[in-house]
Design a protein around this ligand. Structure first.
Ligand code: SAM
Length: 356
């Protein structure tokens, strides 16, 4: 008998295999949730009580046979409840909030959509992982862009205006009086539009190097009917002019190839008493601090999205989504900022204030 066989604990092997069965189910569930979201199945079930597959098919316009199979997969995973006596499936009220209420901080489909979008593009990442070359944010599919917006927006809605901005020294007073604000790496512009709506005396410019995201951001601004916000396609490190009272970056500093160069640009943009707000994914400084469910999800996104994004750009520092406070501080202070502190945090985000 080989030495390796002797040292194998068969109970542990079995446990690991059964855990993997659960994870394969969870992997498929990401696509099932996005399917339910796109077909309007959760929305048709919310508040409707028990529905048979025929009733749900009628309400949603989807085919009964697919709806039945989807419902069984959802019931097996605990996303919906099944009543064997009546043959009805119910979406419990808590799941209804998490799966249908776009305004709730508990809203989940965006999280699943960006995860599925990342998985869809994973063959390309597997390919470049051999050579070490990067894949730009702009090269991904739409589930990444839309999922990103829908994942982050509920958290920004809940925290940005009520908690994160007030946690910064004197910033709310300035925004109320009227200052110039730049939101770099703004994606679809959720954060820019939220701030512009809350502070009508200030003027906001959102920018991102991805032209497609900026087009969507402009559409969102038109829908919001705001006249104090505009969007432009520009990389963070390019010249944006000066005199800004506030510069913000939401979940994007670590995606940049040259975060130190971008930080130096922020330093040039800010008025002498200006503030840089940096929101980054929650992470501890040591790898082992992040061996938890949030860290696991973020290391996954980091492998498929953030690390390749940074590697696709000049310098390619590739901080990763789990850089942690110490590495972010290092980037910021290397660029010449003297004051840096963690102003706030949530289970998903760290919120930093940097000043000259
Ligand atoms: C994870 S997304 C976050 C988007 C947005 N801030 C949000 O919170 O929804 C990262 C964004 O950084 C942008 N980005 C990456 N590198 C950039 C760079 N060098 N300059 C400007 N934007 C950049 C990407 O195009 C993408 O929109």
């Amino acid at each position: 008998m080989a030495a390796t066989e002797q040292s194998v604990d068969l109970d542990k092997l079995n446990q690991f295999v059964f855990r993997a069965v659960e994870e394969v189910g969870a992997t498929l569930n990401a696509a099932l949730v996005v399917m339910g979201d796109k077909l309007g199945l959760y929305r048709a079930m919310a508040g409707a009580g028990a529905l048979t597959p025929v009733e749900l098919a009628r309400r949603s316009g989807a085919s009964e046979r697919y709806v039945r199979e989807w419902l069984n997969a959802q019931a097996a995973g605990g996303y919906v409840e099944y009543d064997p006596a009546g043959g009805g499936y119910t979406l419990p009220p808590e799941q209804a909030i998490a799966l249908t209420d776009e305004g709730s901080p508990a809203f989940l489909p965006g999280f699943f959509q960006i995860a599925l979008g990342s998985v869809i593009d994973s063959p390309r990442i597997t390919e470049v992982a051999r050579s070490g070359e990067g894949v730009g944010w702009h090269e991904h599919n739409h589930d990444v862009f839309d999922g990103c917006e829908r994942f982050f927006r509920p958290g920004y809605n809940a925290a940005l205006v009520p908690a994160w901005l007030p946690a910064l020294d004197g910033v709310v007073e300035k925004l109320e009086a009227g200052v110039k604000v730049a939101d770099l790496g703004c994606g679809h512009g959720s954060s820019t539009i939220l701030m512009a709506g809350a502070f009508p005396n200030s003027t906001f410019v959102g920018s991102d190097y991805h032209a497609g995201s900026i087009e969507t951001a402009r559409e969102r601004a038109r829908e919001a009917g705001l006249d104090n916000v505009r969007f432009e396609t520009a990389a963070a490190g390019t010249d944006h002019g000066g005199g800004y009272g506030l510069v913000t970056m939401f979940d994007c500093l670590h995606d940049m190839g040259d975060p130190v160069g971008a930080a130096r640009q922020v330093r040039r943009m800010l008025a002498p008493d200006g503030t840089w707000l940096i929101v980054e994914p929650m992470a501890g400084d040591r790898v082992e601090d992040n061996f938890n469910p949030v860290g696991r999800a973020f290391y996954g996104f980091s492998t498929f999205l953030c690390t390749p994004a940074s590697l696709s750009q000049d310098v390619g520092l590739a901080l990763g989504a789990q850089a942690g406070e110490a590495r972010i501080r290092d980037v910021v202070t290397t660029a010449g900022f003297n004051r840096f502190r963690r102003a706030d945090e949530t289970p998903f985000n760290m919120v930093f204030e940097a000043r000259a």
